[in-house]
Design a protein around this ligand. Sequence first.
Ligand code: ATP
Length: 134
Amino acid sequence: MKTVPVNVVTPDGPVYEAQVEMVSVKAQSGELGILPGHVPMVAPLEIGAVRLKKDGATELVAVSGGFIEVRQDNVTILAQAAETAEEIDLKRARAAKERAERRLNQSADQVDYHRAQIALRRAINRIDVSENKF
Ligand code: ATP
């Protein structure tokens, strides 16, 4: 089976590196499935899960937006924050979700709504990746 090397990197360093059979991401334009030999491209990502098919199994990495760059011989995902399912602290993500929900329930002039909504999406994404809900 053909494979392509995939790297997920953040400002704090590399998060994931493997030869995979397929990588799926949630691009701003919709779901993208990348197979070895895909044409080169760059696309912005939503907060979401990166699904990596490796040896027939699917591994998950939570990303907080960023970009996917598909090159001739490799794929790089650049994100502000990214965690493998095993790295996610579920308790922390649940606390972040509750904090964001509390903020969204306060009166509008007391909170930065947009910021709380994005924080809520990051937290839900981490919970879903940690619980393998994809
Ligand atoms: P929190 O409010 O819990 O800090 P956050 O969404 O504001 O969550 P980020 O700013 O996205 O956090 O990330 C800051 C750093 O903490 C990044 O390195 C990210 O990978 C890590 N991180 C955030 N939440 C978790 C988590 N639940 N488990 C593991 N690492 C996390």
